[in-house]
Ligand binder design. Sequence first.
Ligand SMILES: Cc1cc2nc3c(=O)[nH]c(=O)nc-3n(C[C@H](O)[C@H](O)[C@H](O)COP(=O)(O)OP(=O)(O)OC[C@H]3O[C@@H](n4cnc5c(N)ncnc54)[C@H](O)[C@@H]3O)c2cc1C
Length: 367
Amino acid sequence: MEISIIGGGPIGLIAARALLEDGNQVRLFDPSISKPKMSLALAESTLRLLESIGVELGAGQDLTEILVNEKGLPGSILLHASECGYPRFGRVVCSQALEEAVSLHVSKSVETVSVETIHARSAQANPRIRLATGEEVTPDLVILADGGRSHLTDSLGLEAQYRPFGRSAILGRLRVGTPCLGRAYERFIGTGPLALLPVENDVYGFVWSLNPDHAERLQQSTSDLIEALKDAIPEELGSIEIASDPVVIPLVERWIDQPYRPGIVLIGNGAQTIHPVAGQGLNLALRGVMQLTAELKKSDPDTAVRTAFANWKPNRDKTRLASSSLEALFDRDVFPRKILTSLGMAVADQSPWLKTKIAEAGMGVVS
Ligand SMILES: Cc1cc2nc3c(=O)[nH]c(=O)nc-3n(C[C@H](O)[C@H](O)[C@H](O)COP(=O)(O)OP(=O)(O)OC[C@H]3O[C@@H](n4cnc5c(N)ncnc54)[C@H](O)[C@@H]3O)c2cc1C
């Protein structure tokens, strides 16, 4: 099958690699060469997909423990991979290391050119895209993996739904004095959830959901950011210094109900963008890519796209809801709410069954 992929972010690149592995002819178009860096928690399902398409990830750190707690209160849940019956929950890597590892296998298919227009399949002709060079391409299937960053979705008449959270995430990296190997933290501060991901020996990626003004203020003053982080991160991590310039992004949930047209399918952030605090956006999208590649081996492109989406949609709905609920549940700095969630965590921590279920949902092993 001839397939054109628009967008060479992590999702477009991994889809390209999987489709090439299945014997398809793939052309991937993306004009941008330098990409923003972020720390990504890759679930076990994602690592298995990468292994199955021959992508080896040397960089990063295996995730073996996750500590969830409310700052200043005793209740917490500590998930150990070994207690849940797994060697690890997943792996934390820098997005750049992931893209480099996948690019090694797909570089011959990548063309640094933008796609300007897109048209669905008609009764007479294949779907059609026009490149910035003026070339027209008419493959059997177009995969739109543009991260929702271009006008192409709108031009197909596909309308995205939005739910703003009224929050922004400040993200970056910090170096700590006493790292805890393989342990990630999900911490509820009162001002908003803070995730800390161990990406290198003593370096953690952080994503902190905050009131937008607060996030902007912290971005503009390194000393204020360090003070705020010192107050927010667990004491066991010791001293901290900022290891990369912080970035602020507004948080919004965005999704398209039926992200396809004849001969065209949307994947990745272009089809759904979810709250990042549970670290599930890329993992969720790749579970969809796996469904799509499996169906394309069995059926014509349009049947494959519809079947894959129908199989994956329940997972998308649950993951979207779970991610936004974390924000809703923990964003109020109200004492009774904090006592209740803290007690809930203390109770959950006593249940190996519940802890395994929570871990498996995050790993993409079950959903
Ligand atoms: C703060 C934060 C933390 C996150 N942490 C995690 C995590 O821990 N785990 C996880 O699973 N997910 C996480 N995510 C989600 C994850 O980052 C996204 O799911 C993922 O980056 C989406 O990749 P993508 O390829 O769909 O889109 P993008 O990375 O946005 O790539 C889109 C590409 O399309 C190209 N493009 C756009 N328009 C055109 C055009 N017209 N022609 C050609 N090319 C075009 C762009 O140049 C770009 O390279 C996080 C997200 C955020 C914001």
